[in-house]
Design a protein around this ligand. Structure first.
Ligand SMILES: Cc1ncc(COP(=O)(O)O)c(C=O)c1O
Length: 501
């Protein structure tokens, strides 16, 4: 293309009266022409005055575009000799031949842009785009959160905000919050800890990732409950660990002889309220697990996600509190007690590991949000946290009883209920062969959110059908009519089952 034809090219492509200013259009057209090969390296571009006249634009418009292209390396100005298209064509001869076929796509599968690890992560995703509505499991009643108290505490900090609260964090979290968490855990959960052992994270997923990365090697085995929380399985898998699912019974994760013969690096458990089925790990099994972990140097990761809400009997002590060999990494979250969007969780690690976890947290995630930590620390220290949890416990107990009654009323003996002693959800067991995925999809069309229980199992052969039902965020009055609608879908599916039998 010559100088003349550059003017022609621009004249035909400029859009007069459009929304993009002329100088940006000119810049974009020249850049695209150079990158696309229509305007070749070494070509002299028309002087700005001449081009401005040809295009009927101001000279400033042209110099803006030229200056920008010179600054980005597309054009070069030669003193006393005009402006030229720079030679930025990559020298292909210097590049090794491109890989072809399967090797080019690594193990991400033919045509995939993702790595094999990325593909594996996304093959079992569980996060739902719908997060609010009856009967979404695991969601507290966000509408009851004491916004006014929180905003007063927040305003108090922002009025004279300490600069330290607006910089990066130190990896461990704001000390007064760690102190408040440690004090709460000692009294409410019998966790054996000091504030120095508490690392504040942005939730359980991040805590699991930190533990997996710092304490495990790629390919190490991690025992997980089957069924288990999809998030646990996905995070540890994407961290390079190999999950080995072990079945769950009424005493929690089973520890079969065969598995015990080959100690893993990690054991991930939810001993206070097994997720999703609900049993509490028996004392005998807790002791066996801890003894085994101590003997074989296994890390036990205790996910204590919702045990502030216990409806029958006194709160259960944590597994960590029973451990005298520092093999337990304890995980907690404010997602259930306050609200999930807060994204604050915490881990309690053995004292010797705490400074290194803090450093790694800063290195990997560049932590911060200290202003939010400060508000939460005040919220806890001034008694609002325990008072909110107390109120919510009462409210959720009422809603749980209402849902249990609705289930009995609508489905009688057809369905079983498990996991209703604690937390924010229960698991509704349905007869073998029921298509729980179809029920969940049909219910969603009616605006009712549930999760199919079978989706939580790693082993399809042991998957039991059912529905995960959250009740905490559903008003007591609306539980019976909404469950009646859901029961209609369930009965419809059960009819298919009967006709097939
Ligand atoms: C078993 C379990 N652990 C932890 C969490 C919470 O994770 P986070 O703290 O990342 O919100 C959930 C949320 O549903 C869960 O079901």
């Amino acid at each position: 293309m010559s100088e003349v034809s550059i003017s022609d090219y621009l004249l035909t492509h400029l859009e007069r009266g459009g929304t993009v200013p002329m100088n940006r259009q000119l810049y974009g057209l020249l850049r695209d022409g150079i990158l696309g090969g229509a305007i070749l390296p070494g070509l002299r571009v028309p002087p700005s005055r001449a081009l401005a006249a040809d295009l009927g634009v101001s000279r400033n418009t042209v110099t803006y575009a030229y200056d920008q292209l010179i600054a980005e390396g597309y054009l070069e100005a030669r003193t006393g000799d005009g402006t030229y298209v720079a030679d930025t064509e990559p020298d292909m001869a210097r590049l090794p031949a491109a890989l072809t076929g399967d090797a080019a796509t690594a193990d991400g599968g033919a045509g995939s842009l993702l790595s094999g690890r990325g593909e594996r992560l996304l093959s079992g995703t569980g996060a739902s785009s719908a997060q609010w509505g009856a009967f979404m499991p695991g969601i507290p009643d966000i509408t009851r959160f004491p916004n006014e108290v929180w905003s007063k505490l927040q305003a108090r900090h922002w009025r004279r905000i300490a600069p330290g609260l607006l910089t990066y964090g130190d990896g461990a979290g704001y000390l007064p919050l760690r102190e408040a968490i440690a004090s709460h855990l000692r009294t409410a959960r019998s966790v054996n800890c000091t504030a120095e052992q508490v690392i504040v994270t942005s939730g359980t997923h991040q805590s699991i990732q930190l533990a997996s990365t710092l304490l495990g090697e790629m390919g190490d085995t991690a025992w997980v409950e089957d069924p288990c929380y999809w998030g646990t399985r996905n995070v540890i898998r994407s961290s390079g660990l190999a999950p080995l699912p072990l079945p769950v019974d009424e005493e929690g994760m089973q520890l079969p002889e065969e598995a015990l013969r080959t100690p893993p690096r990690f054991i991930f458990v939810t001993p206070s309220h097994q997720y999703p089925l609900g049993p509490v790990m028996s004392l005998a099994r807790r002791r066996l697990l801890l003894e085994y972990a101590a003997r074989h140097k296994v890390w036990v990761v205790e996910d204590d996600y919702d045990s502030e809400f216990r409806y029958s009997g006194p709160p259960l002590a944590s597994l960590q509190g029973l451990d005298s060999n520092e093999r337990v990494i304890y995980l907690g979250t404010f997602s259930k007690t306050l609200f999930p969007g807060l994204r604050i969780g915490f881990m309690v690690v053995p004292s010797a590991l705490a400074p290194r976890f803090a450093r790694a947290n800063a290195e990997l995630f560049r932590d911060g949000q200290s202003f939010l930590h400060a508000v939460l620390a005040d919220f806890m220290n001034e008694g609002h946290f325990s008072s909110h949890v107390r109120k919510m416990r009462q409210l959720y107990a009422e809603r749980l009883a209402c849902l249990q009654a609705a289930i009995r009323h609508e489905l009688g003996d057809i369905a079983t209920i498990s996991g209703g002693d604690a937390g924010l959800h229960l698991a509704l067991g349905l007869p073998t062969g029921t298509n729980d995925v179809a029920i969940s999809q049909a219910a969603k069309v009616r605006g009712i959110l549930t999760r199919p229980l079978s989706a939580y199992y790693a082993e399809p052969t042991s998957a039991r059908p059912g529905l995960m039902l959250g009740y905490a965020a559903v008003s007591t009055e609306s539980i019976p009519p909404l469950f009646a609608e859901l029961a209609q879908e369930i009965r419809g599916q059960l009819c298919h089952l009967d006709t097939r039998a």
